[in-house]
Design a protein around this ligand. Structure first.
Ligand code: DX5
Ligand code: ZN
Length: 216
């Protein structure tokens, strides 16, 4: 299996010092920076928009993994691509234009991803997986950091691993929500390649050591 991609989620960062927080993650050995965009409608929380991605883009060469938790993402994907996102990921529950939106992201020259919330079956990804560069399983209900990992996510990951291996082995399998040093082994064994972690990394006194232990 390839190296584990570690993607700290800036939802747990200090937004007033975002530049320093990004540098702290770079030094700690992060592979990607996971950016949670929330609109207060698809999820009961509001974070930031494309301007934040644009400003972070100037600071780092790390991959910017943009997770859109917004309704009708097709209206905004171009702004996020222009801002410098490397991956733009949309929720299948957020729109009836999933296909069209993924095509639009690709046409703009960006990698595209699809994500399912805990209540959504893996099957909902089946018709899109062939065009996805990334497929994401939410292991908490989207909206907030620091929630407890939903155990049933492990069987969803295994099912998705199987689907990806059959249909599109190049698609990266990512998990997001409640990942800790304690459960990362289980999610890796289930077939995950990219790990999002917010509170476990930003809340650590020594993020470099935490990331190192998470990798091993
Ligand atoms: C939740 C976000 C996650 C969140 C994860 O809606 O998508 O990326 O930041 O935070 P932790 O790792 O603390 O569960
Ligand atoms: Zn996220």
């Amino acid at each position: 299996m390839n190296k584990t991609i570690i993607a700290p989620s800036i939802l747990s960062a200090d937004f007033a010092h975002i530049g320093e927080e990004i540098k702290r993650m770079e030094k700690a050995g992060a592979d990607w920076i996971h950016c949670d965009v929330m609109d207060g409608i698809f999820v009961p929380n509001i974070t930031f928009g494309p301007k934040m991605i644009k400003d972070i883009r100037k600071l780092t060469d790390l991959v910017l993994d943009v997770h859109l938790m917004i309704t009708e993402p097709i209206r905004y994907v171009e702004q996020f691509v222009t801002a410098g996102a490397d991956y733009v990921t949309i929720h299948v529950e957020a729109t009836d234009k999933v296909d069209e939106t993924l095509d639009k992201i690709k046409k703009l020259g960006c990698k595209c991803g699809a994500v399912i919330s805990p209540q959504t079956p893996v099957d909902a990804l089946k018709s899109f997986i062939s065009k996805c560069d990334l497929a994401l399983v939410m292991s908490v209900h989207p909206g907030f950091g620091g929630q407890k990992f939903i155990e049933s996510s492990l069987s969803k990951v295994k099912e998705l691993r199987d689907m990806i291996d059959r249909i599109n082995p190049n698609c990266i399998l990512e998990i997001d929500g409640g990942i800790t040093e304690e459960n990362i082994g289980d999610v890796k064994r289930a077939g995950v390649e990219a790990i999002v972690a917010g509170s476990a990394i930003f809340g650590s006194a020594d993020p470099a050591a935490t990331i190192k232990r998470m990798r091993s």
